[in-house]
Write a protein that binds this ligand. Structure first.
Ligand code: AR6
Length: 174
């Protein structure tokens, strides 16, 4: 059985096997949680990202790729690219966001991770409405763990703000 939990805090400080990063398709680092992850993890993560992009090109929206985690309290960082709100029809944006969660969990399972933490992908700079993003995230993870009941012990939704944390608490209680 996989526990789905939420906590308020900084995702870079919470020990797990894999930390998911809300990246951009160039895997170039940036602001928000991406910036925090690269700052805390150190330069080895960006070096690995550059090698990945050089080898296979930009990471399409909705897909995920893993690197080492440098100095972070994790074995892997899983970089995924959320949809930019307004760039896709709404249904497609929801499907792409759900795909971020599914693809990241696939990557974690393929690396024998037992615990995974997620930020609220696409809800910062990328502008995805927070309620819809939360519902999409929880539904996608619930569906994935139902299909892979023995794969993971714990999935943690890490929220930066108290408001986001409340939203996840309510959604997880449904
Ligand atoms: N721990 C947990 N959550 C965080 C942290 C943190 N340390 N820092 C921010 N958040 P964003 P996006 C939350 O903008 O919308 C970057 O420049 C934040 O409050 O980081 O997917 C990338 O390079 C928000 O709820 O990601 C891309 O270009 C959530 O993380 C672009 O931003 C996501 O906000 C991706 O935009």
């Amino acid at each position: 059985m996989t526990l789905l939990e939420t906590v308020q805090g900084d995702i870079t400080t919470i020990p797990v096997d894999a930390i998911v990063n809300a990246a951009n398709s160039r895997l170039a680092g940036g602001g928000g949680v991406d910036g925090a992850i690269h700052a805390a993890g150190g330069p080895s993560i960006l070096e690995e990202c550059r090698r990945i992009v050089a080898a296979r090109g930009h990471l399409p929206t909705g897909q995920a790729v893993a690197t080492g985690a440098g100095r972070l309290p994790a074995r892997f960082v899983i970089h995924t690219v959320g949809p930019i709100w307004g760039r896709h029809p709404e249904d497609d944006a929801v499907e792409l966001l759900a795909s971020c969660y599914r693809s990241s969990l696939d990557e974690a399972r393929d690396r024998d991770c037992r615990t995974v933490s997620f930020p609220a992908i696409s809800t910062g700079v990328y502008g995805f409405p927070k309620d819809l993003a939360c519902r999409t995230a929880v539904a996608a993870v619930r569906e994935w763990v139902a299909e892979h009941p023995d794969a993971l012990d714990r999935v943690l939704f890490v929220c930066f703000s108290a408001g986001d944390h409340e939203r996840y608490l309510e959604e997880l209680a449904r």
